[in-house]
Write a protein that binds this ligand. Structure first.
Ligand SMILES: O=C(O)CCC(=O)C(=O)O
Ligand SMILES: [Fe+2]
Length: 656
């Protein structure tokens, strides 16, 4: 949701209080989506993870209107020519002495306030001074040096070189032995693409490994996703020490950070660094401390946890894969592929855990490409989620006073329709029935919400974590990951985040997020201490097969006719749970009114958007962007209809 969209929908604005309705809660709670048993994977059934593995080479500039060459939902393989993984581009690299101040941090953290139902992360800010980036002159000198070497073409870089160090480490711990490649057998070989094919790319100048080690800027040396980002400008970056405390029943900690990093990565856990098994042990201890970067380094930790959470079979629990695990899979598969251990796109000797992740990726991809929502638990790396929640908490503390003037908040309050509907029953059967009826009855004004607060939007420079989050989501490799999974076109390179706090009485009427050029919604709930009695369920009312078409000629939107279901599914908000869905003409959803109770209903919502949305020349690029979005929307609607038809045929067959 955003102000612009709201303006579209609400001609009149005035302030009104909320209304609280009581509601009986049936037991057990419906889960969303229904958990399914882990299928036996046939080779051809598996997700082609390899298509997700190549980090794109282009850094995104939201002000640039990118070249649009990719048709909507074109299969990944035909979109781009196989890329050759490149060595880190930024060679001016700082390293951190990880042993600095860890003891002091620990002492600090010991005195910290302890909260949180599961485990908690206390984050302490501490300025540390990384070595300044190399001067222009040094850079230029280095560039000239490289160019000279390229010109003389004395050596060439093989992609394998690029990963060799990590590979050896990985193999030492987890992976099956690597096949000896031609080069090791003394043969010169053309570079391999990330899909294992030879590519005809020109050779690059060699990089002195010792030099690279010295100049490393990254905890995960040479990792295409997690390296060398966000470290360039800051002279003094704040450093955070995260304390993770184990609580009964909570077994998830960020092992992946250690497991994934090379042995000499400047990561430390409880003061131990460089010794991965010991670091792992430390992570298993009751409380562990480890430093994470400040916002500037956020992409180093985002999506990197690596612990597989099997989908829960219990009613009322949100099943779903861990997003970090997916990122982990990408890296692991990439490593294996470089080692020649992937045949036909699949890891040889894949472990059950890896197969499960294949399955999860496949399900996610299927959902997103068929116009369905998908719920992902443990979406953000835990300390990042904690930090973002901390920001929201602080900002919302300042806002608690009903005063609408405080920067940086916008309070969007609706007038005549401000009273929350008292008869939505998201936890009853057919939760969308009333929502849809309501929409039909009041559709001219129906985008009802009260006291909805948006902060951290583009231009809100007050919140470094926030911009770091946006930046991380726009990281080329992250973008590529989503593009490959969801089929969003390659030009969709912007991420437009905002956050909201829905307070008592607040709700969203039926809407599809489609007022702007948004393609993929990433709605992250950061809600602690929430009980189902407090309402605030996210209701998915998109078509399910038995849906009907609403004609809304007076709707000032792209689509004046769309399909919704009166059945629907509801999701009780939780902590660090993301709901992902493609935005298109039928992506209708709502949020049930919030009722009193502990906890704040925070959402970190964001959309992958056409960068025209951020462009200074918005008015000139918007017609084309809108046209493209419409094409996407129609295509998604078509895909969704085909999917639903397939499902219903399947159901009929199984009933016969
Ligand atoms: O907070 C939520 O659960 C949903 C938010 C939403 O639908 C929106 O911002 O458009
Ligand atoms: Fe929405």
């Amino acid at each position: 949701m955003c102000e612009e969209e709201w303006k579209y929908q609400m001609p009149e604005v005035s302030v009104s209080g909320g209304f609280l309705a009581q509601r009986a809660l049936p037991q057990p709670l419906p889960a969303w989506p229904a958990p399914e048993p882990l299928p036996q994977l046939e080779v051809e059934e598996q997700v082609d993870v390899t298509s997700m593995l190549v980090p794109p080479k282009v850094q995104v500039d939201p002000d640039d209107t990118p070249e649009r060459t990719t048709p909507v939902l074109q299969p990944p393989n035909t979109r781009r020519k196989p890329a050759v993984p490149l060595p880190p581009k930024r060679l001016v690299i700082r390293s951190r002495n990880e042993n600095d101040g860890v003891d002091a941090d620990q002492a600090d953290v010991d005195g910290a306030d302890v909260t949180g139902a599961h485990h908690w992360a206390a984050i302490h800010r501490e300025a540390f001074a990384p070595p300044a980036p190399a001067s222009q002159l040094e850079r230029q000198k280095r560039m000239e040096h490289l160019l000279r070497r390229r010109k003389h073409g004395r050596e060439r870089i093989m992609p394998e070189d690029f990963y060799r160090e990590n590979l050896q480490r990985q193999q030492a711990t987890s992976l099956p032995p690597r096949r000896r490649d031609a080069r090791e057998q003394g043969e010169e070989e053309a570079p391999r693409s990330a899909r294992g094919l030879r590519s005809g790319s020109p050779s690059l100048p060699p990089i002195d490994q010792a030099e690279v080690r010295e100049e490393r800027c990254c905890n995960f040396a040479k990792h295409p996703l997690l390296c060398c980002q966000g470290t360039s400008q800051a002279q003094k970056a704040p450093r955070h020490v995260v304390r993770l405390e184990r609580r009964p029943g909570m077994e998830r900690l960020g092992f992946g950070n250690v497991v994934a990093g090379p042995r000499d990565a400047p990561v430390s856990v409880n003061g131990v660094s460089q010794d991965v098994p010991r670091m792992r042990e430390e992570l298993r201890s009751q409380a562990s401390y480890f430093p994470v970067g400040g916002p500037q380094n956020m992409e180093l930790v985002i999506g990197w946890n690596g612990v597989y959470q099997p989908p829960s079979q219990e009613a009322g629990q949100t099943p779903g894969p861990s997003f970090p695990q997916m990122a982990g899979l990408i890296s692991a598969a990439e490593m294996m592929m470089k080692a020649g251990n992937l045949r036909g796109g699949h890891p040889v000797g894949a472990s059950p855990a890896r197969m499960a992740v294949h399955w999860l990726l496949k399900r996610l991809r299927q959902a997103l490409q068929n116009g369905q929502p998908f719920v992902v638990s443990d979406f953000l790396f835990e300390p990042v989620a904690e930090a973002l929640l901390g920001q929201m908490q602080q900002l919302s503390d300042r806002q608690d006073d009903q005063d609408e003037s405080g920067y940086p908040f916008q309070r969007l309050t609706e007038g005549p329709l401000a009273d929350p509907p008292d008869d939505w029953d998201p936890l009853e059967a057919m939760p969308c029935k009333r929502v849809v009826d309501d929409f039909q009855a009041k559709r001219a004004q129906r985008f009802a919400f009260t006291g909805h607060i948006l902060v951290g939007r583009k231009g809100d420079k007050h919140n470094a974590w926030y911009s770091a989050f946006q930046k991380a989501m726009q990281h080329p490799a992250v973008l590529h990951f989503w593009q490959q999974l969801s089929g969003i076109p390659s030009w969709v390179t912007g991420y437009d985040p905002s956050w909201s706090w829905l307070r008592e009485g607040d709700f969203y009427g039926l809407h599809a997020d489609d007022a702007q050029v948004r393609y993929l919604a990433v709605t992250i709930h950061l809600v602690s201490s929430w009980s189902p009695e407090q309402g605030g369920e996210l209701l998915w009312c998109g078509p399910e097969g038995d849906d009907f078409t609403l004609q809304v000629p007076d709707r000032p939107h792209f689509h004046r006719s769309f399909n919704v279901s009166r059945n629907g599914t509801s999701l009780v908000p939780g902590y660090n749970v993301a709901v992902l869905f493609p935005v298109y003409r039928n992506s209708y959803h709502a949020v049930a009114p919030v009722k009193p109770g502990p906890g704040r209903r925070f959402t970190l919502q964001g959309w992958y958007v056409d960068p025209c949305q951020f462009s200074k020349a918005k008015s000139s690029c918007m017609p084309k962007a809108t046209k493209d979005f419409k094409a996407w929307s129609e295509e998604m609607a078509e895909r969704s209809a085909q999917h639903l038809a397939r499902m219903s045929r399947k159901k009929m067959h199984s009933e016969l």
